[in-house]
Design a protein around this ligand. Sequence first.
Ligand SMILES: Cc1cc2nc3c(=O)[nH]c(=O)nc-3n(C[C@H](O)[C@H](O)[C@H](O)COP(=O)(O)OP(=O)(O)OC[C@H]3O[C@@H](n4cnc5c(N)ncnc54)[C@H](O)[C@@H]3O)c2cc1C
Length: 308
Amino acid sequence: MGRVIVVGAGVIGLSCAVRLLDAGHRVDVLARELPRETTSATAAAIWYPYRASPPERVLAWSRTSYDVFAGLAAERPDSGVVLREGTEVARDRDEKPWWSDAVPDLHETLDVPAGYDGGWAFTAPVVEMPVYLDWLAARVLEAGGSITRLNLHGLPRPGDGGPDAVVDCSGLGAKFLAEDPSVHPVQGQVVLVEQVGLERWWLDGTAEEGPTYVVPRTHDIVIGGTDVEGEWSRTPSRDVAAAILRRALRLVPALAGAEVLGHKVGLRPARTQVRVEKVGDVVHCYGHGGAGVTLSWGCADEVTGLLG
Ligand SMILES: Cc1cc2nc3c(=O)[nH]c(=O)nc-3n(C[C@H](O)[C@H](O)[C@H](O)COP(=O)(O)OP(=O)(O)OC[C@H]3O[C@@H](n4cnc5c(N)ncnc54)[C@H](O)[C@@H]3O)c2cc1C
């Protein structure tokens, strides 16, 4: 057991911090952006292994997270995690999704809007990120950890009076902190609208314009989205928002007339493969692309295991 510095206070950094504290380490989280300011706070956030690789590791991490989220939904209503049924519409249902083993109740459905052939219905964890990030941060503090705002120009060095180990959960920041040129942004825009009594989530990954998803939360509905490789801007576009709403309306006609509450843009920290790797006394854990929430608990367990 030792003193660990976790860099990053998004869903990955906080989940790692919780697991490391559970394992008996002393943990201090350092982050330029505090939890509600991170990319993680923008996520929709539905359990779905999207834009993350390699498939075998992603499947294992996703399965672990699914089980943890199901437990939180059952036992910790204050965590902001709920289980919701929903449908991923499809035009070709010959093959089950590659991640279907991680989901207990996936089945074919023909109950889809006009224009689609059918789809896959299943229960997925839906995570209200602002609530959940606050809950994770509170768990870190309650367990004796700390969270401090600090803009780092390099990773802290373990040893020599410093921490015993460093866990690098800096997301897109790893491009600079880990000097990893393969980390890049994939920009995503979402529109928040008022809750209109929607219970199910809907997802359409078939459209050329980008993934379309409608994710109901307690007080609002998150509607996405876009998927722009290499784009660094975090400014929402009015035209893009209008296009997102048009696509969402095809998927969920009940959204017609829903009041728009806000717009958000986040930069997914993408990489050819998610990096969970120990190099000396530094464990890197970044590059979760469009699935950081989905992979979070599986990766946090692996990071904790790597630190012994
Ligand atoms: C529109 C949108 C929708 C999404 N929907 C989903 C979804 O439905 N399901 C899902 O699983 N995922 C979803 N994602 C993806 C998910 O949001 C990301 O994979 C996840 O947030 C990555 O988490 P992270 O903790 O690695 O990074 P971040 O949340 O970006 O956190 C990185 C942390 O590192 C810190 N940091 C970086 N550089 C430095 C530095 N130099 N010094 C100090 N600190 C630093 C930052 O300040 C921050 O605290 C979505 C993303 C977007 C944009």
